[in-house]
Every structure is written in C-alpha cells, then in structure tokens.
Unconditional design. Structure first.
Length: 95
C-alpha cells in the first residue's frame, strides 16, 4: 500500500488497484480507479482539470487534497471520504 503525489494528483496504490484523485474544478475532484499500473490514455471527461487552488498533504496514514470547498481524503486502508466545507460527507467508499 502506498499513498503519494504524482502529476498534481493524489495516488493510492494497493496490489493491482490504483485510485487517483485529481483536482477538477473550482470545487471539484475527479476520482479514477483502475486495475493496472498506468492511468488509461483516454480522458473521457467533459472538462479539463483545474489545479490552481488545490492543496495536497500526505502522511504515513493518509493523503488529502482540498480544492475550494471540497476535501477528499484516502487512508492506508483504502477508505475514501469526500466532504464539503461544512464537514458533511458527500461520498464515502472503500477502495
């Protein structure tokens, strides 16, 4: 298991699974999950990424990206939580 920053993205990698959290707008993130080492070449997004106001932090236990009023956090167990600026959970998932 590893959590690291790569190309303005927060990356969680465990066995063959990779989850990439990308700042994607003024108050948005894009979460990509795939079962391979490399990110798929196809973008398929309707808009372009937006990194200007993104803040990243990585510790031994977790990684976090804050974009405007959205905060996404993934821990070493693969527990992903996305919250709004009030701390309310918008999405909670295990990877």
């Amino acid at each position: 298991m590893s959590i690291f920053l790569e190309n303005q993205s927060l990356v969680y990698h465990y066995d063959a699974e990779t989850v990439r959290i990308i700042p994607w707008g003024e108050n948005a993130v894009r979460v990509l999950g795939f079962l391979q080492e490399e990110k798929p070449v196809e973008n398929w997004a309707l808009s372009e990424p937006h990194h200007e106001n993104a803040h990243f932090s990585v510790s031994d236990d977790a990684g976090e990206v804050t974009v405007g009023k959205i905060c996404a956090r993934i821990d070493k167990e693969g527990h992903l939580v996305i919250r709004n600026h009030h701390g309310e959970i918008l999405l909670e998932e295990y990877c």
